[in-house]
Design a protein around this ligand. Structure first.
Ligand SMILES: Cc1cc2nc3c(=O)[nH]c(=O)nc-3n(C[C@H](O)[C@H](O)[C@H](O)COP(=O)(O)O)c2cc1C
Length: 173
């Protein structure tokens, strides 16, 4: 098992995949970590659709971004209606914790995939309407993010471009 800090460094967005199939059991392990993710009021407002069928993958490539060509799988994150409790909290606090929850669960999945030697890219740019039609997801649901999963052509981790700690951190001591 990798050290967590190393795992965080190793996760990066993959924009070139080798075309090797990914193992179903590894994808299930990723969703198992999603299942354990925290969420507001423990509402777990998510469902996952995993595409490993070659023909449907081709369609997903067309409905997302061309670099996903050769991905071994797509994970579609479907936002479920927030629980009654979360709805109340969202309303009174003027927040959308449901989308926060989706972000957290997506992170769990991508880190788990990295731990298992796979590469991912979180995709916010995709044709939501057509993805829902393709995968028989109800029009009333929102697909917030799609994750492409596969094996990277280049395993070398790129340096991270990030703001300096001093730009993002305030200590109140
Ligand atoms: C909510 C969200 C949506 C994103 N959408 C896309 C996308 O549509 N296409 C893409 O190439 N990368 C997308 N990314 C990946 C980011 O560009 C990437 O995480 C960021 O540049 C940092 O790079 P890294 O993931 O390699 O560390 C998205 C990331 C997040 C968190």
């Amino acid at each position: 098992m990798e050290d967590f800090f190393e795992l965080v460094l190793n996760r990066e967005s993959c924009r070139s995949y080798k075309g090797e199939p990914v193992k179903k059991e590894d994808l299930i392990k990723c969703i198992e970590t999603a299942r354990l993710a925290p969420s507001a009021c423990n509402g777990q407002p998510w469902k996952f659709v995993i595409v490993t069928n070659d023909k449907i993958i081709e369609e997903c490539v067309k409905l997302t971004q061309p670099f996903t060509k050769n991905a071994g799988a797509f994970i579609i994150i479907v936002e479920e209606k927030p629980s009654f409790q979360t709805k109340i909290v969202n309303k009174f606090k003027e927040q959308d914790y449901t989308q926060v929850d989706i972000g957290i669960v997506t992170s769990h999945i991508c880190l788990a995939a990295t731990e298992l030697g796979m590469s991912t890219c979180m995709l916010g740019w995709f044709n939501e309407k057509k993805i829902k039609e393709l995968l028989n997801i109800s029009v009333s649901k929102r697909v917030r993010l799609v994750i492409s999963v596969g094996y990277a052509t280049n395993q070398e981790v790129k340096p991270k471009k990030r703001k300096d700690l001093s730009q993002i951190l305030t200590f109140v001591e």
